[in-house]
Design a protein around this ligand. Structure first.
Ligand SMILES: [Mn+2]
Length: 350
């Protein structure tokens, strides 16, 4: 959990996935309430994915007399394509019933950045903010309390977009994007390490946007690390090989220092590349199974190739079973699922 005040508004960055997360959200708001000099009992949820536990936390806060305002862009676009989509649709309906006009849930197509769902300073008197722990949640929360610069909405859309777009914003935005790109990868042994680093980065970037020169200087070191990681990606990419028609695999088991956005862009640039695969020794599946295959469909082929169709019937998205599948164009699997289902399926794609 990442938690710090933005201006004076206590802000919690969290994805609500478990019963513990519900408790964390409730405790955070109650604590903010007991310390508060805020003029309202408004709690803003912004860019937080619509999960069962998040909806439960919202209902409980309402029952305790808080006013919850929900702004998000994770509504399902078009027909539901997975169980997760159907859950989102049900949970969205529940939220709308409970919150009425305080609930604004739109799509990424219409609102690529959540900062466009608030006006500058609209929630400067809020009791607390609960935001998604990423750059989009951060920029939206900042704008909500009144921290804004020319081009911030456009930067936020890039920061929330494809990896290759994330570092293409204004110089200020690049301090954040390159810092995020060089955070330590998640390690269950040192479960807090990445989160603490991310918290420092977020807080520093808020200071940088507010004009603090020391914060800007310290973020520059992240930029240097990023530039080195980009060079490493340029060394790895030429060694990638085609394992099925249009499927390009880079093995980084022995070279874990690289920039993933750059590597993916280089692989996708190969003529005929439709699917990229990174075989790596870190990530939530690798932590349990030793190896993780992380797959992505290149943008022009995302309507044509949907990973759920390659999975075994009734597959569950769960690292312990060796599968993480939330979006149709991204997939993470272990060695067994890769060999038994995914690689044969990719070889048989039309
Ligand atoms: Mn977002």
């Amino acid at each position: 959990m990442i938690c710090f005040p933005i201006r004076t508004v206590p802000t919690l960055f969290i994805k609500g996935f478990t019963a513990d997360d519900v408790q964390t959200i409730l405790n955070f708001v109650r604590k903010a309430d007991s310390n508060s000099t805020a003029r309202t009992r408004d709690v803003l949820f912004i860019d937080t994915p619509i999960t069962g536990p998040t909806v439960e936390a919202v209902h409980k806060l309402k029952a305790e007399g808080y006013r919850v305002i929900y702004r998000d862009h994770h509504a399902v676009e078009g027909e539901p394509a997975s169980d997760r989509d159907r859950q989102v649709i049900k949970a969205t309906e529940k939220l709308r019933q409970n919150l009425g006009s305080d609930c604004l849930i739109t799509t990424r197509g219409l609102h690529p950045a959540c900062s466009t769902l608030v006006s500058v300073g609209e929630f400067k008197d809020a009791l607390a903010i609960v935001a998604d722990p990423d750059a989009d949640g951060l920029t939206a929360a900042m704008k909500a309390v009144g921290i804004f610069y020319e081009g911030m909405d456009e930067d936020a859309a890039k920061l929330d977009g494809q990896p290759s777009l994330q570092v293409t914003g204004t110089p200020l935005s690049q301090l954040l994007a390159k810092g995020v790109a060089t955070l330590p990868t998640y390690d269950p042994e040192k479960h807090d390490e990445r989160e603490r680093a991310q918290e420092r980065l977020f807080a520093r970037w808020v200071s940088a946007v507010e004009g603090d020169q020391r914060a800007i200087d310290s973020l520059q070191t992240g930029v240097t690390t990023y530039d080195e990681a980009v060079l490493a990606s340029h060394e790895i990419a030429p060694k990638a090989r085609e394992v099925a028609p249009g499927v390009v695999l880079a093995d980084v088991m022995l070279t874990p220092f690289f920039d993933v956005g750059t590597l993916l862009a280089l692989l996708e640039d190969r003529p005929g590349c439709k699917v990229t695969v990174i075989k790596k020794g870190n990530g939530p599946i690798a932590a349990l199974h030793g190896v993780q295959y992380s797959l992505a469909v290149a943008k022009p082929y995302q309507d044509e190739i949907k990973f759920p169709s390659l999975l075994p019937p009734h597959a569950k998205s769960d690292p312990s079973g060796g599968i993480i599948s939330n979006l149709s164009f991204l997939l993470h699997v272990n060695e067994r699922v890769w060999n038994e289902y995914i690689l044969p399926g990719l070889r048989n794609l039309p």
